[in-house]
Design a protein. Structure first.
Length: 132
């Protein structure tokens, strides 16, 4: 059937806010965000094992024109017609889902993340997100 457009998609979507303390007591900043790729595949969680490796069987979409400013990491999000996308639409109420960024970095005493490198973007349940 027709793929429906969802709240997950759009131009210049906020993928991760900067300067906001999340539920895991972590704060990310522009200054400490060292690398974000221009484009990333988006995968449906859970992936197999390593959160930083793209599990191609789980790809549901793509984030393009990824960029940062002082308020966060943004990108243009499009979902794609893949088996994992179909599984997502069968399995979940789409309103219950959100996108999160996973990456590497070190955590300071105050919860500030240093030397952050964006590793992947996952689609997860909002209840499992540190941001919701």
């Amino acid at each position: 059937g027709m793929m429906i457009t969802t709240h997950l998609e759009g131009k210049n979507k906020l993928l991760m806010p900067f300067g906001v303390r999340n539920k895991n007591n972590r704060v990310y900043t522009l200054k400490q965000c060292k690398s974000v790729p221009k484009m990333m595949l988006i995968t449906l969680a859970p992936q197999n094992g390593d959160v930083l490796k793209v599990d191609f069987d789980r790809v549901i979409g793509v984030a393009e024109n990824i960029h940062m400013n002082k308020t966060g990491i943004y990108g243009d999000v499009k979902l794609m017609d893949t088996p994992a996308r179909k599984e997502m639409q069968r399995t979940f109420n789409l309103e219950d889902l959100t996108l999160i960024c996973n990456g590497t970095g070190t955590i300071g005493r105050t919860g500030r993340i240093k030397d952050y490198h964006l590793g992947n973007i996952n689609c997860i349940l909002k209840v499992d997100s540190a941001w919701e």
